[in-house]
Design a protein around this ligand. Structure first.
Ligand code: SF4
Ligand code: SF4
Length: 374
């Protein structure tokens, strides 16, 4: 944690907060960026643009520092990081501290897989929960990285590769039911929130109900919500707009250009890929009706580097986390917050998902195993 520079003036001390230059030096250049786009979404002058899968300063920086203090990988004078401040963070997020290595949980259930060819197993389940949340008025919009309706109007630089995930939004369960999920790349999650906010004129205007957004994405991205709320600026416009979060358990997320090059060297053109399936031992790509499978270790060098710097196998700061475990037949759902339990209970009660019998000890051991224990 570095000291902030303070300048004495006749009006009192002026604190020089950290700005984009610090974000670039400490995070982006050190390959600690997870491409969540929180920095881009909070910048008041739209000075940050994603170029070559990297947040770059291309506009006028007024040195407000918002970008630095929205980034899940930064620390500052009042926040020394998620792991160092675990009890304080969890008490503020969930009202309790963890008793398990995989984080706070209020409820764990296992449900049957749902039929959803346009999603991974985990996102198929999350899709159902989010659709239910939209229908029941838990939130108004869902933002996610995927291949849905991209908020390109606010992206300045939309994705260029065919399978480069875009920050997307769905305004109804019908809209969400049609989108393709299972993103291969990080997908700039928070651009979806900013896009939703600006497009739907949510917010803090007199007489207008604040927009309520649910976000789902990789565990690393969910942390940005809390980093924003805990910073000196709080980023209320964006962070308070987010009323619900869901995460899938960690799985590899790739840098598009690196994955494209790696696959090209193996004779596969990523832009010609028609579909893919995540298997426990690798990814199967469908090209021209043929199947080509690569193990995760073969694709390892294309993982977006920042994802290696935040260890969070289960989405520890999401209201709901969804994932698969060896030796557990079905999809595991962890409800961590009271709101997560409420949504889950109501969805199960309405028959949105089908619970299956399971042995809690086996699931707990499996979750601990993701952290090297169990
Ligand atoms: S204007 Fe503020 S948020 Fe935008 S790049 Fe500069 S310091 Fe970051
Ligand atoms: S991790 Fe997110 S907030 Fe931090 S630099 Fe990367 S895109 Fe910006």
């Amino acid at each position: 944690m570095s000291e902030l520079r303070t300048w004495p003036t006749s009006y009192g001390p002026i604190v020089q907060r950290k700005i984009y230059a610090n974000l670039f030096t400490e995070i982006i250049r050190q390959n600690k960026c997870v491409l969540c786009a929180a920095c881009m979404a909070v910048c008041p002058t739209n000075a940050i643009v994603i170029l070559g899968e990297t947040p770059r300063l291309t506009g006028v920086c007024i040195k407000c520092g918002y970008c630095y203090y929205a980034c899940p990988s930064t620390t500052d004078e009042t926040f020394s990081g998620f792991s160092e401040e675990l009890s304080r963070v969890e008490t503020r997020v969930f009202g309790v501290e963890r008793e398990e290595v995989f984080g706070v949980y209020r409820k764990i259930i296992v449900v049957k897989e749902v039929e959803d060819p346009l999603a991974t197993v985990e996102e198929g389940v999350i899709r159902r929960l989010m659709m239910f949340g939209l229908d029941k008025g838990y939130f108004d919009v869902v933002g996610f990285p995927g291949y849905g309706e991209p908020v390109t109007k606010y992206m300045l630089m939309p994705p260029r590769g065919k399978w480069e995930a875009a920050a997307s939004i769905a305004r109804s369960s019908e809209e969400l039911s049609r989108v393709r999920l299972k993103p291969l790349t990080p997908g700039l999650t928070y651009n979806s929130v900013r896009g939703a906010f600006e497009e739907l004129i949510g917010g803090f205007f007199y007489g207008v109900d604040p927009l309520r957004v649910a976000v789902f994405g990789p565990p690393q991205h969910i942390r940005s919500v809390w980093r924003m709320r805990f910073s000196w600026s709080e980023h209320k416009k964006l962070s308070k707009t987010i009323v619900f979060t869901a995460s899938y358990f960690y799985r590899p997320v790739y840098a598009y250009k690196d994955l494209k090059t790696l696959l090209a060297n193996k004779g596969v053109n990523l832009d010609m890929v028609e579909d893919w399936v995540f298997h426990p031992d690798g990814i199967e790509f469908i090209v021209d009706g043929n199947s080509v499978k690569f193990s995760y270790s073969e694709l390892d060098s294309a993982i977006y580097k920042g994802f290696r710097t935040i260890f969070d196998p289960t989405g520890e700061f999401a209201d709901i986390s969804v994932g698969l475990l060896n030796n557990v037949d079905g999809v595991v759902i962890i409800a961590r917050s009271e709101e997560g339990v409420k949504l889950l209970d109501e969805a199960i009660g309405d028959g949105v998902l089908e619970p299956v019998d399971f042995d809690l000890d086996v699931v707990l051991d499996g979750l601990r195993g993701l952290y090297g224990g169990g």
